[in-house]
Design a protein. Structure first.
Lengths: 424, 422, 388
């Protein structure tokens, strides 16, 4: 029963993604407009309300990583003069573009009609679209989401975002699509978003159950895929999250562990919280290192980069622009370091974790700069030692399996030793 | 007697420690790690058992014989082992010559090989009678240098040249190292006893030979531990073993720093030797023993010469780049600017220790007592730098360095093995 | 003072990692406080008006051994923040009552959060500058940020400036900017008379002293230059691009000059020149500062470029404005803004036929041989190429 249901959400996801890329491939013929934008602070409902299709370059890059294409794409960009030191998502995207812009669906991605630069939590986004703009002759609109430097959304910042939406973003979309802003339509999409978000939160919070029926990092990366990319505010999104929630609740009721690539994980031994994005080039190997040790990630911060819903935020159709501003401001990478630490500590406590791990990726300074401070503070506040490993997003040169495995093994054995010491 | 074994398969050396039921050390063994990890582990273990049995001999004859007599027996044993390997090497060399030498050279080539082996044997026997300076007991090191020296003397540039001799040697030494050989106590103690012709030892030897030392448990650790032919339960991480090993050597230990060839580890342990936190160096090799290796190569010095030379410095040069890739360039530039070698070296030692300091800080700082292990702990300049930096940043701390520090990981592994039987 | 004396005075301040001049100033002004700011742009007028001594925090360069700082940063993050942390953790920044962290990149942004945790008694603010020159929403946002900052700073210093005091501070910094423009223009015209090493030291000293003192010294320097003219050499004229945040070691600047290059424009201490025009000193002061930033036409890697042709044209324009022969991209390792921009800037330069070379440095780089060689070869090749 559970297996059949599991298949259902996976089948749904596969279908919706395939359809989306098919529609994108057809866009030059059908005339559907295409808006490139980023995962954190994506304004999918707004884009959809104009009948346009979103393309998320980070998703394309991570897919290239998982399909083992990123190494060649990055090499291509570096040959063209891009530095070895900078973000590999950017280089992977540029390399992919130069290699013919064949997307994850195996079809050619359409050129953007608009670059919607949602500057949310990541400085590199600005450079990324400056670079893309050099290649595409299309308008770019900047949407500046102020960083929560003081740990909260300031009313003036919210006002600034509203003005930008009204004065810059909406007019740009109107111009590109030839349609008028339709607030009712936007409300409809936001309504659908909120429904899917409710179900997503139920799935995420299933990680609090012992044993956890989900993996809150490796598995959840798949779960957040639709809502982080093109499907927030769509009926497909609602259907997917309803199906997923039913499956997870069923697993939870049966006391089952999460599904891993090696099959269901039973006998959960370690419960971890993870900070930082995963490595995509060796995603399965990386996951297996945890699964082999019966380590389950019960919660993670990376799965909040496209929106933080588990502390109560939902898209609110009654305040369409305001709710989008609130959403953008709350994306994980837009939170300051103390807020990130609070979140991790809260996860460790609420999800009954016995360890936490930081995967520090070379590419992403937004995540990585300060992670050693996070490590220190979380250790201090929880009394639980953390593990620290290094890799990269999509640069296969920066994944040393032996090194990482060594550290993970040492870490798990340390947890064992501490447990034995406590009970002795 | 029930005993347990711990094996630490490191990147450069493999160590074994045998403990009795009380957790006391019965024997230690070390060998160079090689492409065949199983064999390296087996050799280290055999060495440890040999040492354990010699320990039994010592106990047995304590009342009647001097320690000197046992030491002579021991030297004889080591020589027998070596000659045994040399004979095997000779067989392989001759086979190789038959297979690959040009026909016109076959005879002189064989004769040259036989001559070299004969001379090495004679040298070893002389050495046994008149012990010279300490040297590496690893077969490759002991025989290699002699082979090279004699080949240089008898090599004929127009015929069986030095290069030819070294060529076959290089091929065969790897085979000798990587095939299992009978090097155990029982295999050679008889010949050794005959050679020393000391009948007062016979009873003790018989006692040691017959003594039952069957390991009740074995635990492996180290860089190459995943390649040990052990079930998973018998493998422990280096971090855990280093922590427990350091605790066993110095029970007051709270912080352990291990600087090895491949990595650097900063470990915090509690009063029972259980690891409470650790950090390892990041992807960058700066701050590892390997960095010093590059420097030694760059300066054409032996690794062991670096520390003592740096100790001569009166005014250390500040080195900014601990990047292994740039180390050579910075070194050459400093030398070209007229800086003294010892001053540069003192700066380099400080630079790598500073890297270790940041790992210590990441792992939670330096608590009293502080135990320093790993190959770099033998380097006086590194020890001096670490002492200074800890004093500057953490205040007064007891600094422990054991002469047996290289066995820390293996000792920890053996202690874990002990827990498995207990 | 002679040129040499002035340079030595500046060098002493530059070399002094204990910020003795700042501590002396505080001792002489016991009711006043000092505030630090990181690169690139911080509204120093507000610090000045609220009674703070503004202090540029640029790390310890090659003069500081990093012992504690590396415990906070992975090896793939630039050198600046670990050096700043080292200064702070060793107590060398304990005289700063406030520190501002501009939105130069995510590393400096996140450092603001670390500061909050490490030094809870220090006022910390992330300065999120507007990225587009929009006189509506962006100007209003920025004016709001400045007002917020002004309120906070007044709370910390205990001095709430009047509009006139704010206008006075604006005027002082207008004068400072004018002075720096003069110095840069003079170097552009007679680079042999204003070696970049000297200019740089003077500006670095200016980061630790009151602007009024800086102005007095800079005037003395201008006079000393006129009194001590040097002979022109047959050097190539280069623009140094990319060194706007983490500063190059002085040895790098010297190496480039000694290799036969006149530096006729650069990005060093760019915050000084971020506003290209005077801020009106007779208007609503905060609004005037905000508008000046929005109307500003300084193009750099630091801010988002709204003009699709902007990146392509920037190098051509700068080279033309400085009558330069070529560009040296001297970029700190792992510097996101500079390194992500470089392919665009370089493509623009090459399309315009401008010779370029590129290398990376860290503020504590200890060897310059390779830079000397590259810069020397570059200078020679420009001459050969120009003569052909």
């Amino acid at each position: 029963m559970a297996e059949a249901l599991k298949d259902r959400s996976m089948v749904l996801q596969k279908e919706m993604i395939a359809n989306h890329f098919e529609r994108l491939a057809q866009a030059p013929e059908t005339g559907e407009k295409v808006v490139y934008t980023f995962v954190p602070g994506n304004l999918t409902e707004l884009i959809r309300s104009f009948g346009a299709l979103p393309v998320l370059p980070e998703i394309n890059a991570l897919q290239s990583g998982m399909r083992k294409l990123s190494g060649e794409y990055i090499a291509e960009a570096e040959r063209a003069g891009h530095s070895e030191d900078v973000c590999t998502y950017v280089k992977c995207d540029i390399g992919m573009m130069r290699a013919g812009n064949i997307g994850p669906g195996g079809t050619k991605l359409p050129k953007p009609d608009l670059l919607l630069l949602s500057y949310t939590g990541c400085y590199t986004f600005m450079k990324w679209f400056e670079l893309l703009r050099e290649e595409y002759d299309c308008p770019t609109v900047m949407f500046h989401v102020p960083y929560q430097g003081d740990g909260k959304l300031e009313p003036e910042h919210r006002e600034y975002m509203l003005r930008q939406l009204r004065e810059q973003v909406i007019p740009a979309l109107e111009k590109v699509t030839g349609r008028k802003y339709d607030e009712e339509k936007l409300r409809h999409h936001l309504q659908l978003s909120a429904m899917a978000e409710d179900d997503l939160v139920a799935v995420l919070q299933a990680g609090k159950t012992v044993p956890s029926p989900i993996d809150g990092y490796f598995g959840t990366v798949y779960y957040v895929g639709p809502i982080f990319s093109a499907f927030r505010g769509t009926q497909e999104g609602v259907d997917y999250y309803r199906a997923l929630r039913e499956e997870v609740e069923e697993r939870s009721a049966l006391g089952l562990g999460p599904i891993t690539p090696e099959g269901p994980l039973e006998g959960e031994k370690y419960r971890l919280v993870v900070e930082g994005p995963p490595n995509w080039t060796h995603f399965r190997d990386f996951w297996k290192m945890f699964a082999d040790e019966k380590a389950v990630v019960v919660a993670s911060t990376y799965t909040k980069v496209g929106g933080t819903y588990d502390f109560g935020f939902r898209h609110d159709p009654n305040d369409p622009l305001g709710t989008m501003a609130d959403y953008c401001s709350g994306c994980y990478t837009n939170l300051n370091l103390p807020a990130r630490i609070d979140m991790i500590v809260r996860y460790i406590e609420e999800y009954k974790a016995d360890g936490f791990l930081i995967n520090s990726v070379k590419s992403c300074n937004s995540f990585s700069a300060g992670q050693l401070m996070i490590l220190r503070e979380v250790e201090k506040r929880t009394g639980i030692p953390g593990a620290f490993i290094e890799s990269d997003l999509v640069d296969p040169r920066y994944f040393s399996a032996a090194n990482i495995k060594n550290r993970l093994e040492s870490y798990f054995q340390m947890i064992d030793a501490r447990r034995a010491g406590r009970t002795a | 007697m029930s005993c347990v074994v711990g094996i630490d398969l490191g990147s450069t050396t493999t160590k074994a420690v045998i403990l009795d039921g009380n957790g006391d050390v019965l024997g230690r063994g070390i060998t160079n790690s090689r492409s065949n990890y199983d064999l390296a582990a087996a050799v280290a273990k055999t060495e440890a058992f040999i040492n354990a049995r010699f320990g039994l001999i010592e106990q047995r004859v304590e009342a009647t014989e001097t320690a000197e007599a046992v030491a002579i027996l021991r030297r004889a044993f080591v020589m027998e082992q070596l000659l045994h390997q040399l004979r095997r090497l000779e067989v392989l060399l001759l086979e190789e010559v038959d297979k690959s030498a040009p026909p016109q050279l076959a005879r002189p080539f064989r004769e040259a090989i036989e001559e070299i082996c004969r001379r090495i044997t004679a040298e070893e026997e002389a050495r046994f009678r008149q012990p010279a300076l300490l040297r590496s007991d690893f077969f490759r090191d002991a025989v290699g240098s002699a082979f090279m020296r004699i080949a240089e003397q008898i090599g004929d540039p127009t015929g069986v040249s030095f290069d030819r001799l070294i060529g076959v040697y290089d091929k065969c030494i790897i085979r000798v190292e990587n095939e299992p050989m009978d090097l155990d106590f029982r295999d050679h103690i008889g010949d050794a006893l005959a050679r020393v012709s000391n009948p007062r030892l016979a009873d003790a030897v018989e006692y040691a030979v017959a003594y039952d030392l069957t390991p009740a448990a074995t635990v492996g650790t180290g860089y190459g531990r995943a390649r040990l032919p052990f079930p998973k339960e018998q493998i422990r991480s280096e971090i855990l073993c280093h922590g427990l090993g350091a605790h066993a050597m110095f029970p007051g230990t709270r912080t352990v720093l291990d600087i090895g060839g491949q990595d650097t580890k900063a470990i915090q342990v509690d009063g029972a030797g259980i690891v409470t936190g650790f950090q390892m160096n990041d992807r960058c090799a700066a701050g590892c023993g390997r960095y010093l290796g590059y420097i030694a190569d760059e300066m054409s010095l032996g690794l062991h010469e670096l520390g003592p030379l740096a100790e001569l410095s009166k005014r250390s040069v500040k080195i900014n780049s601990t990047c292994t890739v740039f180390a050579g360039a910075e070194l050459r530039e400093r030398l070209s600017l007229g800086e003294k070698r010892e001053d540069i070296l003192a700066g380099l030692h400080r630079a790598i220790v500073i890297r270790a300091m940041s790992l210590l800080a990441r792992s939670g700082g330096v608590d009293d007592e502080f135990t320093f292990t790993g190959g770099v702990a033998k380097n006086p300049a590194a020890v001096r730098a670490i002492r200074e930096l800890i004093q500057e940043n953490y205040g007064e701390r007891t600094l422990n360095i054991s002469p047996e520090s290289i066995y820390t990981g293996a000792l920890g592994a053996a202690l874990f093995a002990n827990r498995m039987v207990a | 003072m002679t040129r040499a004396e002035l340079v030595e005075w500046a060098r002493d301040i530059y070399d002094d990692l204990d910020f003795t001049v700042v501590r002396q100033w505080l001792a002489e002004h016991p009711t006043r406080k000092a505030a630090g700011y990181l690169p690139v742009y911080a509204p120093r007028e507000l610090l000045h008006a609220t009674g703070f001594l503004p202090v540029g925090v640029h790390g310890g360069g090659d003069r500081l051994e990093i012992i504690r700082g590396d415990a906070f940063y992975q090896s793939y993050i630039c050198h600046l923040p670990r050096s700043v942390i080292e200064l702070a953790q060793s107590g060398r920044l304990d005289m700063l009552s406030a520190v501002l962290f501009p939105s130069t990149c995510d590393v400096i942004r996140n450092l603001s959060g670390m500061w909050k945790l490490l030094y809870p008694d220090v006022y910390v603010r992330y300065i999120d500058v507007p990225q587009v020159p929009d006189p509506g929403a962006a100007a209003e946002f920025w004016a709001g940020e400045l007002n917020h900052l002004l309120d906070d700073l007044a709370g910390v210093s205990g001095h709430r400036p009047t509009d006139d005091e704010l206008r006075h501070s604006i005027a002082v910094y207008n004068e400072t900017r004018e002075m720096i423009r003069t110095l840069y223009a003079l170097r552009r015209e007679r680079p042999w008379d204003v070696p970049t090493e000297e200019l740089y030291l003077l500006l670095r000293a200016g980061e630790s002293i009151p602007p009024e003192t800086f102005l007095a010294r800079a005037r003395q320097y201008l006079a000393a230059v006129e009194a001590d003219p040097k002979r022109p050499r047959d050097n190539s004229r280069v623009v140094i691009v990319g060194a706007f945040c983490e500063q190059p070691p002085l040895g790098l600047i010297k190496s480039i000059e000694r290799a036969g290059c006149y530096i006729v424009d650069d990005d060093f201490l760019l915050g000084n020149r971020f506003l290209t025009h005077d801020v009106p000193a007779d208007a609503n002061p905060v609004r005037a500062l905000a508008d000046a930033f929005i109307r500003n036409d300084m193009a750099s890697s630091v801010l988002y470029e709204i003009d699709p042709m902007g990146k392509r044209n920037l190098m051509k324009n700068r080279v033309a404005a400085a009558s330069a022969d070529g560009i040296i991209f001297a970029t700190p390792s792992f510097c996101d803004p500079a390194l992500l921009d470089q392919p665009m800037l370089r493509a623009g330069a090459e399309t315009a036929g401008i010779p370029c070379i590129a290398f990376k440095y860290a503020e504590n780089t200890g060897q310059f041989q390779q830079f000397r060689e590259q810069a020397g070869t570059f200078a020679d090749s420009i001459k050969l190429w120009g003569a052909a």
